[in-house]
Write a protein that binds this ligand. Sequence first.
Ligand SMILES: NC(=O)c1ccc[n+]([C@@H]2O[C@H](COP(=O)([O-])OP(=O)(O)OC[C@H]3O[C@@H](n4cnc5c(N)ncnc54)[C@H](O)[C@@H]3O)[C@@H](O)[C@H]2O)c1
Length: 250
Amino acid sequence: MRVLVVGGSGYVAGLFLPALAARHPTRILDRRPPPDGPAEVEYLAGDATDHADLRRASAGMDTVVHCAMGSTAWRTPAGAADAFDVNVKSVHLTLLAARSNGVPHAVYISSMSVYRRLTARRLDESVPPDATDLYGLTKRLGEQVCQAATVRWGMSVNILRLAWPTPDGMWPAWAPDGQPVRRRAAGGSPIDATAASDLSSAVLAALAHRDGCQIFTISGDRSAGLWSTAKAGEVLGWGPTFPRPAPETP
Ligand SMILES: NC(=O)c1ccc[n+]([C@@H]2O[C@H](COP(=O)([O-])OP(=O)(O)OC[C@H]3O[C@@H](n4cnc5c(N)ncnc54)[C@H](O)[C@@H]3O)[C@@H](O)[C@H]2O)c1
């Protein structure tokens, strides 16, 4: 399976690329090269909000993973515009380009941030997303773009709602900037981050499973127990196992 990763040079993609590229020929579209990606990954420089770049990048692919993220300067007008551009418009244009190239399947990297007050309540995929902050709102809209593409274009898309993905060596802390942060539930219980090994097995399973538009909670937490991963277990055969090795995925 040939896989395009849009936004493949970022933090989250870097966590699953080694496992992905070890199994599947992998191409990255990003405006910057991968910092220390596996040598066997093909890199294309381009803009994830540009349809022509996305057409070029998705040509010859079997699946697409959307993992780009727009600006986090959400309080500035320019940052907000970029967040909508990359988190929403780019998702639509990526799926449009994939469809034009006959690519039938995609994985959308979403976030538990589609929920407000996520550390204060039990959640599973049956709870409607309700975030109103700019990041959570754009991730909600990105998910709706995926749902529309499956209805209108007959594609399949798996949406993975990640909870604090982190390098294996940093788990159970979350460490997007290399500095470990232990997240806590509103009641004070620690929440385990999601180890790169578990994220990798979730992405591999989501690449293989094809059934319309499906949403999965991908959380490595087994401490606070707020967010159910039962659906990922039932449908993808996925559950967090780190620090034990994950079972082999198809
Ligand atoms: N960081 C986390 O802890 C976390 C948690 C849950 C979900 N996510 C999701 O993971 C995904 C990736 O996030 P990340 O933390 O890796 O972000 P990141 O900023 O580290 O990486 C994003 C990548 O997208 C690229 N990019 C941005 N705009 C682009 C454009 N216009 N054209 C081409 N490339 C562009 C950047 O160059 C970068 O390499 C996002 O969808 C985010 O919502 C992240």
